[in-house]
Ligand binder design. Structure first.
Ligand SMILES: Cc1ncc(COP(=O)(O)O)c(C=O)c1O
Length: 380
C-alpha cells in the first residue's frame, strides 16, 4: 500500500496517536458513477467495481423507508429492537448475541478498538480484504500477513502463526474471500478455530455469504466463545448506500462491542430497511440465481478471450489481464474501460497488479463489459 501524502512535517506540531497512522493510505473505494461522468463526460456508465447488487434491493424496502420519512426528526432506536429480533430468529441466536453496525466496516473497527491495543497483533491472509491491515495501523498494533495458498487462506500456516505469536489478539478470515472469491471448507475452518487459543478472537467476515450459503459457519458460534461472525446488508441485500451490518458472537463479546459502538450507529431508515430486506428471502434467492447464471456466462467469455480467472464463490470474479507480448497491462485495461464508461477494480493495492476484480452485473452490463474488453484487447 502506498503511504498517505501527509507527513509528520505537515502536521507539526500536532502528533497522531501512533506513528503507524502516518503509514495509512485512505481506503480506495470504487469510482462513483457521478465522478466518471464528470471526468470523462460519459453518461451511460456501468459500475462493476464495488460488489453491489445490480438488481437493487427488495421492493419491500421502498415501503419501509417511505414509512420512516415522517419521523426523521426522531433519533433511531439505539438498541435496534425490531431488527435484532428479526436477526435473532433468522440466525437462530439470542438477541443478546447481536451487535449492529453502520455497515460491517463499523463492526470490524469496533472489534479492533475493543480487543487490540498498541503492540498487539492482528493476523490475516495475503490477498484478504485490505481493511484488516488498516485497522492494525489505526490501533498502533502490528499485523502479520500469512502468505496465501492458491489465492485463498492457508489455514495451517495461519494456525502456526497464531501458535508462534502470543501477542495475537484477532485473526480475520474472509469467507468467501474478497477480492479472490475463494471459499473455505467448514471442516477445515472448524479445525482451525479448535487450534486457536480461546484468548484469540477469530472474526469470520462473511460479507458475501448469501452467494455461498453452503459455507455458512453459524454453527461455530455454539461451540466456540471466541468466534465472531460479521455480516452486511450492503451486498446481496442491496443496501450499500444505507450502511447496515451486524455481528454475531457470544453474549459476553456482544456486551463489550455494544459498549464501544456509538449509541445511534444505525439510522432509523437503515433499521427499517434492513428488517424489510431480511424478510424478503425470495429476493435473495433471485439474486443468487441471477448471479450464478451470469457468473457462468462471464467464465465462458473469459475462456473465449483467453483470459485466466479464479473460480469465485461470491458476486465478483478476479481476472488476469496481463498480455505481456502486446504490452497490455491490467492498469492500461482498467483505464481504457473507464474511458468507455465501464468501472472495474484494479488490484495493485492488493499486490495483484496483473488482475482486475469485476463485479457480476446484469446480463446487459456484462455484455457491455465483454464487448468493450474484446475491442480493447483486439486494438492492443
Ligand atoms: C470482505 C468485506 N468485508 C466488509 C466489507 C464492508 O462492507 P460494508 O461496510 O458495506 O458492510 C466489504 C466491502 O467491500 C468486504 O468486501
Amino acid at each position: 500500500m502506498q503511504p498517505n501524502q501527509s507527513t509528520a512535517a505537515d502536521l507539526s506540531p500536532l502528533v497522531p496517536a501512533y506513528d503507524s497512522i502516518l503509514a495509512l493510505a485512505p481506503y480506495q473505494t470504487g469510482k462513483p458513477i457521478e465522478e466518471l461522468t464528470r471526468e470523462y463526460g460519459v453518461s451511460d456508465v456501468v459500475k462493476l467495481a464495488s460488489n453491489e447488487n445490480p438488481m437493487g434491493c427488495s421492493p419491500r424496502v421502498t415501503l419501509a423507508v417511505t414509512e420512516q420519512l415522517g419521523q426523521l426528526s426522531r433519533y433511531p432506536d439505539g438498541k435496534g429492537y425490531y431488527l435484532k429480533q428479526a436477526l435473532a430468529d433468522f440466525n437462530d441466536v439470542e438477541v443478546e448475541q447481536i451487535t449492529l453496525g453502520n455497515g460491517s466496516d463499523d463492526l470490524l473497527d469496533i472489534l479492533a478498538r475493543s480487543f487490540v491495543g498498541a503492540d498487539d497483533v492482528i493476523v490475516y491472509s495475503q490477498y484478504a480484504f485490505v481493511v484488516y491491515s488498516m485497522l492494525a495501523k489505526m490501533q498502533g498494533a502490528r499485523d502479520v500477513e500469512v502468505p496465501a495458498q492458491r489465492f485463498g487462506h492457508d489455514l495451517k500456516a495461519m494456525s502456526q502463526a497464531v501458535q508462534d505469536n502470543p501477542n495475537i489478539k484477532i485473526v480475520f478470515i474472509t469467507n468467501p474471500n474478497n477480492p479472490t472469491g475463494t471459499q473455505l471448507e467448514h471442516k477445515e475452518l472448524r479445525r482451525f478455530v479448535a487450534s486457536v487459543p480461546p484468548s484469540v478472537l477469530v472474526v469470520l467476515d462473511e460479507a458475501y455469504i448469501e452467494y455461498s450459503p453452503e459455507s455458512n459457519n453459524r454453527a461455530l458460534l455454539d461451540e466456540f466463545d471466541n468466534v465472531v461472525i460479521v455480516r452486511t446488508f450492503s451486498k446481496a441485500y442491496g443496501l450499500a448506500g444505507l450502511r447496515i451490518g451486524y455481528a454475531l458472537s457470544s453474549v459476553a463479546v456482544a456486551d463489550l462491542l455494544n459498549r464501544i459502538r456509538q449509541p445511534f450507529n444505525v439510522s432509523r431508515v437503515g433499521l427499517a430497511a434492513a428488517a424489510a430486506a431480511l424478510a424478503d428471502q425470495d429476493f435473495i434467492e433471485k439474486t443468487r440465481l441471477m448471479n450464478d447464471e451470469q457468473m457462468r456466462w462471464l467464465e465462458r467469455q473469459f475462456d473465449a478471450l483467453g483470459l485466466g480467472f479464479i473460480k469465485s464463490h461470491a458476486n465478483f470474479i478476479m481476472v488476469e489481464v496481463q498480455v505481456e507480448m502486446e504490452d497490455i497491462t491490467a492498469a492500461s485495461i482498467h483505464q481504457a474501460l473507464l474511458e468507455q464508461g465501464v468501472i472495474v477494480r484494479p488490484l495493485g493495492n492488493y499486490g495483484l497488479p496483473n488482475w482486475l476484480r469485476i463485479t457480476v452485473g446484469l446480463a446487459e452490463d456484462n455484455l457491455r463489459l465483454i464487448d468493450t474488453l474484446r475491442s480493447i484487447l483486439s486494438e492492443g
